[in-house]
Design a binder for this molecule. Sequence first.
Ligand SMILES: CC(C)(COP(=O)(O)OP(=O)(O)OC[C@H]1O[C@@H](n2cnc3c(N)ncnc32)[C@H](O)[C@@H]1OP(=O)(O)O)[C@@H](O)C(=O)NCCC(=O)NCCS
Length: 164
Amino acid sequence: MIIREATFQDLNEIWNLTVELIKDAKKYYKKFKIDKKTIKEIRVSVKNTLHDKNSRYYVAIHGGKIIGYILGVIKKRSKNKPEFPDYIDALERKYGYASDIFVVKKFRKLGVGTRLMTALIDWFKRQNVKLVEGHIISKNKSAIKLVKKLGLKEFEKVMWKKIK
Ligand SMILES: CC(C)(COP(=O)(O)OP(=O)(O)OC[C@H]1O[C@@H](n2cnc3c(N)ncnc32)[C@H](O)[C@@H]1OP(=O)(O)O)[C@@H](O)C(=O)NCCC(=O)NCCS
């Protein structure tokens, strides 16, 4: 298995896996729509992301096929926001956002996700990014375990209750 940066040739495979990721996320977001229109839009979004110099896909290849991918985006916080979390200092206004991560089911728990995340963090480091961040649904134990093993810490929880 190899991990490498994605190229434009990977567009369709990443597109398919992104659709799978969204189908998987329906466990948490019941109202996610995966109709034909959405699927088409995802392809456009993946294509645009492949062109964006602040974004990077890394892919895991096995038997000539992509069996997992990760997407990272370099973002910048605006200067005068008072609501910065306390772990952020001036240097870290530029930060790496770990966005999608997906591994095909039969290849899970073999370290692929960890290798993808490590490759992304290495790219962030080469871009002089000093902080990596991401959002995870509390119920997604596997994703939480993966990032915690890599040293990421939890900062906030969204609390909710339906009220009548
Ligand atoms: C989250 C995901 C990317 C993890 O990929 P992976 O290749 O299985 O991850 P790894 O094999 O590197 O696992 C990292 C750690 O998490 C643990 N882990 C992974 N899946 C687990 C599970 N279902 N239950 C318990 N532990 C799990 C692994 O055992 C490993 O810990 P260990 O080294 O102590 O054994 C994969 O489960 C996935 O694609 N899920 C669906 C998409 C998703 O939820 N993406 C995240 C959105 S934020």
